[in-house]
Design a protein around this ligand. Structure first.
Ligand code: ADP
Length: 397
């Protein structure tokens, strides 16, 4: 069985075709600048040259058409016909309170994903466009929606209810939903497997540190708390997002300094975080380099980032009554040994000891705590696509 995994953004589309008999990724690709001048599809197959198509891609339907053509291309493709694709798994950002697991897509499900647009106005619309385009082009292929929010639906009320008038939750659905759920689920499952332990016996803190950053407290295999909230703006500081701040800053900027709501929204989402403090870049590599070169604001941005993640980890010890394992994943978490080291500094009182040599190893699952460390620490490369493909295959069977 071959499963196509689609992750549609507003002007981009990432895809992978996964052979479920081996769980191997046969091909991965990216379509960029959909609907914008300079559209391009780039496809990579192990052992073959990179396949690049520069052509006008007006919309997501055109993009998916081109993806299917690239997949069956006699030279650069990996399958003979579209019929070899048994199912399509779509990443969907927001499933609201309705979905605590992945689901086979039918008209009713599609409508409920549309109903969640109010909660994720930037993310759910492109996800829906991707589903609708696939439905048109591959009407007989079953499709599954895998939600970023689903894994966190196990959070207890004391984690997810905001301390606001309760009727805002009842009337408008204002609560913590949490995101990156597919990644937190994947790495928490994987670390238990690697440790040879039952998930049910572990208290895990998963740290997904990429452009967007979130942590989750995973107790007995269930998410009991996570740092992102009603939207992916909350929690720890990120590349361009502020993370949680005193909400009064917003009315202060509007009332005292004439900002508009749109400007504040842009400021918090696109101009804050590591970029906002360093003034250098939102890309962590650039900020690390600037910090090393002596840039004081870059150093400060890094210090704050480490501090926010460190204190969030410590908070989850309180949430779970202790920590057995800490897992680092995503672009920064998987690749930056200095970041992991700095975050963990100060957490030694938990009985945590870093194995500095192992912390330098990259590109694979790695235990980076010492043998004697009571709290174990692992780097686990995330694989959201595989998780989506697994859920898709399970539901289609
Ligand atoms: P996304 O959330 O968009 O999927 P990624 O998980 O790919 O993002 O993470 C992107 C971030 O990872 C960027 O800030 C990038 O600088 C950072 N990153 C990638 N490689 C390294 C590295 N070797 N050292 C430090 N940061 C890195």
């Amino acid at each position: 069985m071959k499963t196509l995994v689609i992750n549609c953004g507003s002007s981009s589309l990432k895809y992978q075709l996964i052979d479920m008999s081996t769980e191997e990724c046969m091909v991965q690709g990216l379509v960029e600048r959909i609907g914008i001048e300079g559209s391009v599809l780039t496809q990579k197959v192990e052992g073959k040259d990179k396949y690049v198509i520069n052509t006008e891609i007006k919309n997501h339907k055109d993009a998916i058409k081109l993806v299917l053509e690239a997949l069956i291309d006699p030279v650069h493709g990996v399958i003979k016909s579209m019929d070899e694709i048994s199912a399509v798994g779509h990443r969907v950002v927001h499933g609201g309170e309705k979905y605590s697991d992945s689901v086979l897509i039918n008209d009713k499900v599609l409508q409920s994903i549309k109903d969640c647009i109010v909660l994720a106005p930037l993310h759910n619309p492109p996800n829906i466009i991707g589903i609708e385009a696939c439905k048109e082009l591959m009407p007989n292929t079953p499709m599954v929606a895998v939600f970023d929010t689903a894994f966190h639906q196990t959070m207890p009320k004391h984690s997810y209810i905001c301390p606001l008038p309760y009727d805002l939750y009842e009337k408008y659905g204002i609560r913590k939903y949490g995101f990156h759920g597919t990644s937190h689920k994947y790495v928490s499952n994987k670390v238990a497997e690697v440790m040879g332990k039952d998930l049910k016996d572990l208290k895990i803190v998963t740290c997904h540190l990429g452009n967007g950053c979130s942590l989750a407290a995973v107790k007995n295999g269930k998410s009991v708390d996570t740092s992102m909230g009603f939207t992916p703006l909350a929690g720890v500081m990120m590349g361009t997002r502020s993370g949680s701040i005193d909400p009064s800053v917003i009315s202060f900027l509007i009332e005292q300094h004439g900002y508009t709501i749109e400007e504040v929204d842009e400021l918090l989402n696109k101009k804050s975080g590591v970029l906002g403090i360093s003034g250098v870049s939102s890309d962590f590599r650039d900020v690390l380099a600037a910090g090393e070169a002596g840039n004081e604001r870059a150093k400060l941005a890094l210090e704050i980032f480490y501090y926010k993640v460190r204190t969030q980890i410590a908070a989850y010890a309180g949430a779970m009554g202790g920590i057995d394992v800490i897992v680092f994943t995503a672009g920064i978490g998987e690749n930056s040994s200095i970041t992991r080291k700095e975050i963990l500094k100060g957490l030694e009182f938990f009985g945590l000891e870093l194995n500095e040599e192992n912390n330098e190893i990259r590109g694979k699952i790695q235990e980076i705590s010492t043998e004697d460390s009571r709290v174990k620490v692992y780097v686990v490369p995330t694989n959201e696509e595989l998780m989506i493909a697994r859920d898709t295959a399970k539901l289609v069977k």
